[in-house]
Each structure stands twice: as C-alpha cells, then as structure tokens.
Write a protein that binds this ligand. Structure first.
Ligand code: NAD
Length: 504
C-alpha cells in the first residue's frame, strides 16, 4: 500500500499486499471463505470502500479450529513436511516469535499505513502500534523458555512437581481500535505457551491482522498454529465463542458482547479472559507538578480519538487548582486538529458513521455540563469521513451520564473534589475499573491512593507508563477479568498440571 499526499493534503492510494484481502488464513493457506461471502471495508477518513474482506462463518471457524487442533498433534507432520507446532520446544517457539518480531519491524511503514488507513488513526500513532507489536513478540520470544513449573515438598516417598502446559486451541476475538497491539499481547502470549490460535478480527478494521498472518507464514510458523477468520461478530465471532473445540477464549471489546462471550464460554466450561471498557480517572492534587501532568491529562483522553479502552475520560481536580487546570487543558484543546489519518493530525476520524452517531448522541445529552473548549476539524477533512471535534467539559456532577458511561470518543469531563476521601469515592464511583492515575508529590498519599483505587493498573505521576508490554493489564468490575501483557499473560494462556510420583 503506497500513498501520495498532494499539496491539498488529498491522499491517493495504491494497495500492494502479498495476499488477497478477501481471503481467510487457515491451515497456513490463504483461501476464500467457504461460502464465498465478503464484507466491504471502508476508509474512516473519507468513507470510500478500501477493499473487500472475507465474511467468515461457522464453516470457516470450524475449518480453522480443525487446523489448529491438527497443528497441536505432536506426532504428525505439517503439509510442507515440517514438524507440527505441538512438537516445538519452548526454545523453538521463542525463535519463531523472534523472527516474527523482526519481520514486523522490517514492515513498519506498510503496517503503519495499513493501520492508519483502516482504523483512521494518525500515522504517528499507527507507527507506535507497530513498534509495540514488535516489542510484544520480542518480549514473549525471550520469555518462551523461562516459564516453568515447581517442585513441591510433599509426603515421604513422593516427588511432586507442576507442569505449565498449553490450553490447546485458543480463540481470540479482538476489536478494531488497536488490532496490532491486541494481537501482540494475546496471540503473542498464546503462541509462546504452545497454543494454536484462531483469531477473529473486527469487521471494521482487520488488514493488519491479515498482514500479521502473512508475516507469521513468512517467519516459518507451522500451518495451523495461527488461523485468521474475518467476519461479523454475530456470525464468525459467535461461532468461535461457542465452538466445542476451543479450550480458552480471549475477548477484547465491549461489555455487552463480553457478557455474551462469557455465557457462551460457560456452555463449554472454558476459561475466558475479558478485556472490556473503562471510564478511567486521573486525579490531580494541588501539590502536583502541573507542567508534567498536563500533556498526560489531555493526551490520555484524545489518543486514537478517545477510542481507547484505557482512555482517561475523567479528570478529577482538587478544588483549589480546578480553574487553573481547566484553563490549561482548554488551551491545549483549542490547538487540537482533526483530519485524515494519513495526513497525521492530532486526531483522525472515528471508526464508523455509527460510532460518530453514538458519540454525538452523548453531546446531545450534555445539558447540565459546561462546554469549555473544542478542537478543530481541518478544512481538508473529507465530508464522507467520520470526524468529531474533541470536547472538554466542566462537570460538577460525577453521576452525570457523560461522567459515568464509556463514550469511546474524544470527550473528557473535569470534575472538582475537595478531599482525598472524596477523590477516592468519585474515582471508584463507576461500574468500571481499568486504569487510574494519581498526580501528587505526597508519597504517603501516593501509597494510600494506589491501594484504595479500584483499578487493574494505577499510575503515580504518569499515565500509561509508555504502553508497558511488561506490565500486567486488565480490569475489575465491568472492565473485565483476567490479565494480559507481561509474564502474567503466559500464566493465563496456560494451565497447570500437578504430577505426584510415589517412589518409596
Ligand atoms: P465490540 O464488542 O462491538 O466488538 C469486539 C469484537 O467482538 C469484534 O471482533 C466483533 O466482531 C466481535 N463481536 C461482536 N458481537 C459478537 C458476538 N455476539 N459474539 C462474538 N463476537 C462478537 O467492541 P468494539 O466496538 O469493536 O470495541 C470497543 C470496545 O472495546 C470498547 O468498549 C472498549 O473499551 C473495548 N476495548 C477494551 C480493551 C481492553 O483491553 N480492555 C481494548 C480495546 C477495546
């Protein structure tokens, strides 16, 4: 895929991909969906049709699960005559992942352009996502032969030890907002532990998921170890979530769909990791270093046009500095520019017309709030694109709809508080618990807050810690359960067997 941007910032594009975008990747081969159905993929920056992708269904999912099952069979040979994935040692798995990471890095511009075009995210952010994907593969490649069981002291005459083993076939259902990063943290960890994966990317954006399959093929990942079946959630996603041949499910997406997936997984009694939404707060005390905090306060809200599970959509500010923080944030908001993804403004469009409508329906309910500042949609933003100018609101009611629900758009509310106790109550006062951050110079308060905040990750005097491939990530409450990223993901994508040998 190559772009030219003329003096009017009009983007012309040519697609040069080493596979057919309308195909699934099953058993190491690119192939059309069995029923031959396709979906049109649209460019969020201008609304035009980018290409067709396969509309996989239960037949394709079945073929993918069968291929994954076969790949785990240690005894056989894969089609090309090589060994099957199930017979690879931890060291060998790590080496394949390492090669995949190197190929990701070699393809950085292609992957970034694909992600920017497909998701509508500014090119700079898309490049950062490719770097993160490569980093996940690098991290897990190195970890592959460092995960092990234990020996346990037991009765006289026994030797007892534990084995960490793959679940078997793992299903991965992912959203459109960060396909590469989510593939890195979930498929990367699952492959490391020796699982064979079936990935169902989102129907709104899946080109980098397809390119990832091609990279895996080129890196020598054996047939069936990774299968990618694009399609709608209701058809392909649901078929994967309820398939009896799947031994573990990893779902990243909305709460509503997460609940369905959990019920489907329960039908087959398989474990499920749910990475769902958030309404994550940043809490700013009067002793915070504001110059350091300000970029984090704004960027964590508008990154990827607010379509980030860990977006910081609530800013809680101590009353004595409330006006100062609000004014400083407002200044930053007025400077924000929204435009085509490839032209690399601060924000790109939202993923779809539907998502734009959804976000605007929240704007229509902003009555008790005060709109403090908005960003600007640039003139060259195409009328067919899904552009929304970011909005900053002052909010005196922490129970307001816009302060409670995940909007998944570029919107932040700034809420005042008086005391530490009140800050904790407001921060913990939603149904979510994904990420939180505290800005204060007071060390004792940092420790108290970190303990009492209801969240899967707490950051002190920062937000996000630069992505943190190494840092376990996941939520509490409606933000989900289970952890991905870091070593913790390797435990999640494996199961423990206890062996007790009586030898006298
Ligand atoms: P979504 O739940 O609509 O879709 C996510 C995936 O689920 C897609 O692949 C979709 O096709 C599939 N799906 C939809 N219906 C399904 C069904 N009935 N059965 C099986 N699969 C189905 O979410 P979205 O709108 O694509 O993404 C936005 C949501 O994802 C937000 O709530 C966001 O917070 C969340 N998210 C969470 C994280 C995290 O790590 N916690 C990361 C990114 C996004």
């Amino acid at each position: 895929m190559r772009y030219t941007i003329d003096e009017n910032k009009t983007v012309s594009m040519e697609i040069l991909l080493p596979f057919n975008t309308a195909h699934c990747f099953i058993d190491g081969l690119w192939q059309p969906s069995i029923r031959g159905n396709v979906i049109q993929l649209r460019n969020p920056s201008d609304g035009t049709v980018l290409c067709e992708i396969a509309a996989g269904d239960e037949k394709d999912i079945n073929a993918a699960v069968n291929a994954a099952t076969t790949a785990l069979d240690r005894a056989g040979k894969e089609g090309s005559g090589g060994a099957r994935w199930g017979s690879y040692t931890a060291l060998e798995r790590g080496r394949v992942l390492s090669r995949m990471g190197q190929l990701v890095t070699q393809n950085i511009e292609l992957l970034a352009e694909l992600e920017a075009t497909d998701v509508g995210k500014p090119l700079t952010q898309a490049r950062a996502d490719v770097v993160a994907l490569a980093r996940y593969l690098e991290f897990y490649a190195g970890a592959a032969d460092k995960v092990h069981g234990e020996t346990l002291p037991y009765l006289d005459g026994y030797t007892v030890y534990t084995l960490r083993e793959a679940h078997g076939v793992t299903g991965h259902i992912i959203p459109w907002n960060y396909p590469m990063q989510i593939i890195g943290r979930s498929v990367g960890a699952a492959l490391t532990m020796g699982n064979a994966c079936v990935l169902k990317p989102a129907e709104d954006a899946c080109l980098t998921a397809l390119m990832f399959a091609e990279i895996a093929r080129q890196a020598g990942l054996p047939a069936g170890a990774l299968n990618v079946v694009p399609g709608t959630g209701e058809v392909a996603g649901s078929a994967l979530a309820s398939h009896v041949g799947v031994h573990h499910l990893s779902f990243t997406g909305s709460v509503e769909v997460g609940e369905k997936i959990q019920s489907q997984a329960a039908g087959n009694v398989v474990p499920v990791t749910l990475e769902l939404g958030g309404k994550s707060p940043q809490i700013v005390f009067e002793d915070a270093v504001l110059d350091e905090a300000l970029p984090f306060l704004v960027n964590a809200g508008i990154q990827n046009a607010g379509q980030t599970c860990s977006a910081s959509s609530r800013i809680l500010v101590q009353r004595s500095i409330y006006d100062d923080v609000l004014n400083a944030m407002a200044e930053k908001y007025r400077a924000l520019r929204v435009g085509p993804a490839i032209a690399d403004y601060d924000l790109g469009p939202l993923i779809s017309g539907m998502q734009k409508q959804r976000v605007e329906s929240y704007f229509a309910q902003d009555k008790q709030l005060q709109l403090i500042a908005s960003g600007v949609i640039v003139d060259e933003a195409h009328t067919g694109g899904n552009y929304v100018a970011p909005r900053l609101y002052a909010c005196n009611d922490e129970h307001h709809l816009l302060a409670q629900q995940e909007i998944f758009g570029p919107v932040q509310v700034v809420i005042p508080f008086q005391t530490e106790e009140q800050a904790i109550a407001i921060a913990n006062g939603t149904e979510f618990g994904l990420v939180a951050s505290v800005w204060t110079a007071n060390g004792a308060r940092q420790m108290r807050m970190a303990k009492r905040l209801r969240a899967g990750q707490v950051f002190i005097n920062n937000y996000g810690a630069g992505g943190g491939v190494e840092l376990p990530f996941g939520g509490v409450g409606k933000s989900g359960h289970g952890r991905e990223k870091g070593f913790e993901a390797l435990y999640g994508f494996s199961t423990l067997k206890t062996v007790a040998a009586r030898h006298g």
